[in-house]
Design a protein around this ligand. Structure first.
Ligand code: GLP
Length: 257
């Protein structure tokens, strides 16, 4: 088990895109470089609105045979508990719609947490074993919650926690109402890779776009490292890059001018 060494501070490589196309290109370049170095990489993928341009650009590159996912091991960061994988708002359905159906990935190498497992703790342990069995994550692509969460690691989550069952923070429930139509329908729990699982990835790519993320980006990349802002742990990771759009980078003072 890795406990992040918080005494270490590494300046993340931050790139700011001035258009959605550039955002997609810069983020896709990181994935493309990773697969160039190791075609059978183990990648962690996020959901949400932020990575959609990335998935579209990766699909475009794949269609042009500039990139292949055929040997990739794919692990999603998280999935809701109790939601049928066929439900439109499940992360299974999201990944199939936006990515897996558009690239040459081998579905046998695709894993998401099973939020319908009867033994949820057993499922979390299985997920960790599955990641370990392919040698750990080479690149974790992560989005950012409005409250600084990573995956569904909400503020207050210890940095040494691995894949686990968690409750969604109220602001996360609010943010995700748009996918369910009604607050009462948003699942209250999820299985998420833990901060330690994400931190163990050899590289991390943080994506954030839009004004609503500006404060979280600032807190994550320039604020104190604290469990109050889960993504701030990335300041201690040796290989982090961030691709932001202008709006999300607007409050950065040191890393971007
Ligand atoms: C959810 C996911 C996160 C994601 C976040 C941001 O909470 N569990 O992994 O980063 O949404 O989503 P969006 O990109 O739509 O703002």
């Amino acid at each position: 088990m890795t406990v992040p060494d918080l005494s270490r501070r590494v300046k993340p490589a931050v790139q700011v895109a001035s258009s959605t196309d550039e955002f997609a290109r810069l983020a896709s370049d990181v994935v493309t470089r990773q697969l160039g170095a190791r075609p059978d990489s183990a990648l962690a993928f996020p959901t949400g609105a932020t990575p959609l341009p990335l998935y579209a650009e990766l699909a475009r590159r794949c269609a042009e045979s500039a990139l292949s996912f055929s040997q990739v091991h794919s692990f999603n960061l998280d999935e809701y508990v109790g939601l049928d994988p066929e439900h439109r708002a499940s992360y299974h359905a999201y990944m199939l719609e936006h990515f897996f159906s558009k690239v040459d990935i081998d579905i046998a190498r695709v894993q998401l947490p099973n939020g319908l497992a009867s033994d949820l703790d057993g499922e979390c342990a299985r997920y960790e074993r599955a990641i370990a069995s392919v040698g750990g994550l080479d690149l974790a692509v992560v989005g950012l919650g409005v409250n600084g969460h990573l995956g569904f690691n909400e503020p207050g989550t210890a940095f040494d926690v691995r894949t686990h069952v968690t409750f969604l923070a109220p602001e996360t429930i609010d943010h995700n109402v748009r996918y369910f139509g009604d607050r009462a329908r948003v699942p209250r729990q999820a299985i998420t890779m833990g901060i330690a699982t994400i931190f163990d990835a050899r590289r991390v790519l943080l994506l954030a776009s839009g004004e609503a993320k500006a404060a979280a980006v600032r807190a994550a990349l320039e604020g104190p490292v604290s469990i109050d802002v889960p993504a701030s742990v990335l300041q201690a990771h040796p290989h982090v890059s961030a691709v932001l759009d202008r709006a999300a980078s607007a409050l950065l003072e040191r890393l971007v001018r």
